[in-house]
Write a protein that binds this ligand. Structure first.
Ligand code: UDP
Ligand code: MG
Length: 350
């Protein structure tokens, strides 16, 4: 799988780590940071069976990283199983864990936003609860950050754990999205990444309610370094993102970062009108020279149907954008917090 090498030109090896690192030229220039806090932001939706494994996997890795304190912001995205109970239990025993309970299921993007807003660390790492994003990579991300990178991307060099359909549709999505939009989302880079506090603060300033996080992450920019890893299968449970959710997510991405689908119809209209004009001239000439040969029923029907469907599609595209304008103008919050659990206590959000 090829990464967006145009953006991050240099490639190097990290001792003890099997992937590769792409480094933008000036990323080493900043002085190293010591004793800083790293926040992990983890969205949980019906992950009851996996919470325990997550805790077991994360803690030893984070404790081993020298000169780093850490906190884990767990966002319960309206789970209907025992996820919240298990999380609260962990937070009671381990003060580094904090649980933000959302009032219902708001979706992964909103859950991530809630977690990022609640995070207090000098760097923030969003990571999936199912351990598909390898926690072993976290020290590598932090290392790059200490060397001066403000955003460290984790690039999936191998997606064999995903189904063929998911890989192909993802590839197709990135291609279309990056063709249409000025904000080029790097291919096969998920939400798993490290962001410096400066990046997080910029993200928080983006006011949109419809949050396509991958696009927003890219939009803010900053000094970026890429690290490669191999994506593993889920440890427990099944994916929470159905093909329909992913399709809507793709629409979200494209309509959030590009107005090309709106503009396309102008050109389609011009080409259609031109074709209709030529065809009309042809019919007129034919009638003048040869008289009425056939009644023209078929061609009439075909053109009416064709133009009609084009109009429906273009109205649909307009509808997508108007729907988004409508949602944005309502200014509703992206998520609602029901409770925050911390240090064994719980506090209702004001
Ligand atoms: N997730 C969430 N809310 C949702 C759906 C998913 O918080 O509505 C979380 C889920 O618990 C997991 C992460 O988002 O931690 C990624 O979900 P999943 O593993 O199902 O997606 P995939 O890895 O298949 O893309
Ligand atoms: Mg997953």
């Amino acid at each position: 799988m090829t990464g967006p090498t145009g953006l991050w030109p240099k490639t190097g090896e990290v001792p003890g780590f099997s992937g590769t690192i792409d480094r933008s030229p000036d990323s080493r220039s900043l002085s190293p940071k010591d004793k800083s806090i790293v926040s992990l932001v983890v969205p949980f939706y019906n992950e009851g069976e996996g919470v325990f494994f997550f805790h077991e996997a994360i803690v030893p890795i984070m404790e081993q990283i020298p000169g780093i304190g850490f906190e884990v912001v767990c966002v319960d995205d309206g789970s209907r199983d025992n996820t919240l109970d298990v999380l609260v239990d962990i937070a009671r025993r381990d003060s580094r864990f904090r649980v933000v309970e959302l009032s219902r299921n708001f979706g992964k993007e909103a859950a991530l936003t809630a977690g990022i807003d609640a995070a207090r660390g000098d760097a923030v790492i969003p990571i999936d609860a199912d351990l598909q994003d390898p926690p072993e990579l976290i020290p590598v991300l932090i290392d790059e950050w200490r060397k001066g990178a403000e955003m460290v991307l984790a690039h999936r060099s191998d997606r064999r754990s995903d189904t063929f359909m998911k890989r192909k549709t993802a590839e197709f999505f990135y291609r279309i999205h990056n063709k249409l939009s000025n904000v080029k989302v790097p291919e096969n880079v998920g939400d798993f990444r490290l962001m410096d506090r400066a990046v997080v603060e910029s993200l928080k300033r983006l006011p949109e309610r419809q949050r396509f996080m991958k696009g927003l992450f890219t939009w803010v920019g900053f000094r970026t370094v890429t690290v490669s890893y191999v994506r593993k299968p889920r440890i427990t449970g099944a994916t929470k993102l159905s093909p329909w959710k992913l399709w809507n997510f793709a629409l979200e991405g494209i309509t959030s970062f590009s107005t090309a689908p709106l503009r396309i119809w102008t050109y389609v209209g011009i080409v259609g009108a031109l074709a209709a004009f030529l065809y009309g001239s042809f019919i007129a000439l034919r009638t003048i020279f040869f008289g009425v040969v056939v009644p023209g029923y078929a061609s009439l029907l075909v053109s009416i149907l064709f133009i009609g469907s084009l109009q429906l599609i273009s109205i649909g595209v307009l509808g997508e954008y108007i729907g988004r304008i409508y949602l944005e103008t309502k200014q509703r919050p992206t998520y609602i917090v029901r409770k925050v659990y911390q240090d064994g206590s719980s506090g209702r959000e004001e």
